[in-house]
Design a protein around this ligand. Sequence first.
Ligand code: CO
Length: 134
Amino acid sequence: MIGRLNHVAIAVPDLKAAAALYRDTLGARVSAPQPLAEHGVTTVFVDLANTRIELLHPLGAQSPISRFLERHPTGGVHHVCYEVEDILAARDQLTAQGARVLGDGEPRTGAHGKPVLFLHPADFCGTLVELEQA
Ligand code: CO
C-alpha cells in the first residue's frame, strides 16, 4: 500500500537555528520559512536526493507543534509521511484492519497541496504517520 517516503517532519524550538544547522553544518539545500496558517506551523523544507526533511515550528497559539515541544523541548521527530496512490482506499483498508485515523477521518489538504491523513501513533509503533496521496 505505502510507496515512497515523502518526508520526515522534525519539530524544532528554533527554526532559524535548525535551518542553519541543515544548511551550514550538514550542507543541505533548505527553503525559506513558509508559514502555513491552516496547519499551525511554519515550515522549512530540506531537499535531499531521495526525500525531504520538514522542519516544523509552531505558528499561532493552537499549534499542535507547541504541545509536542512542551514534551520534547529540544525538538524531535514529529511524523513520517508515506505516499499512497489512493488515500481513500488506503484509509478504508487501514480502518477495516483496526487502525485509527485522527480527526474526522476525512483527508485534508497538506503542506504540498495534496490530500493527507494522519494515523494514530499508538497503532503504528509509536510513530505519527501521515499518508499523502502522491
Ligand atoms: Co508532514
